[in-house]
Design a protein around this ligand. Sequence first.
Ligand code: BTN
Length: 255
Amino acid sequence: MPILHHLESADLPVVSTCDGWTIHEYPSVASTNLVAAGLPAWTAVRANSQTAGRGRFQRTWVSDLGGLWLSAVVPTARNTNARRTLPLAAGLAICNSLRELGVSGLRLRWPNDVLVKDQKLAGLLIDQFSPDVAVVGIGLNVANQPETCDPALRNRTTRLADLLPSQPELMTLTALVLRNVQKVLTDLDLSGAAALFSRVNALWAGPRMVELDLDGTLARGLFTGVDETGRLVLSDSEGKITYYDAHQVRHLTEI
Ligand code: BTN
């Protein structure tokens, strides 16, 4: 991957280290996930803004000044089922970070949108560009202005600036999030995936009626969390339970 093509300019990053991470900071890039694509595990890329921030399902992700736009490169080799565990582990790490800051009312929307009530505070995009590492892309609204950039986001997003008496510095947030990502992955190695799934199940804030887009066909039912192997559990009106692997579900809408 020609990494420099994803940079806005020939700016070299400011490089620092923190708790075992090497952090590359840029004023502006196209997408931090793409810049991180060729970097080794335990490297992170942060940019003040992104000109082509990427969301899930090929959506664009508004990434104006003031938000945390961060990509963390993590190893996958030890984790045989990273595709199933990593999205959920990453959501847990962000919730743990935000709780440490004193944010209340947090919840997850499957697989890893972080919400306060029904407003989105953070989104995650996991890319795997090579077999041994994955890129965990984290977009966290801090003091940016998502609604100003895209009026369609009105009332659909929230920001740390709206939730806390004062918002932390972006570099403080970066260190906090990276420490929690590393901790959750260490816990996953030590305690196994079932322990991770049970911690994540506490974050959905109750069963919810949902509609699943199964790449064309739709399924409605009560979402009750993930099972001990990480599959999404859906219960229909007759109580019949169906299990879905993450890759089978293109999109989940709460209804
Ligand atoms: C989503 O909810 O759709 C996922 C959004 C992920 C956005 C982050 S910002 C940092 C990283 N770089 C990107 O281009 N996207 C992710």
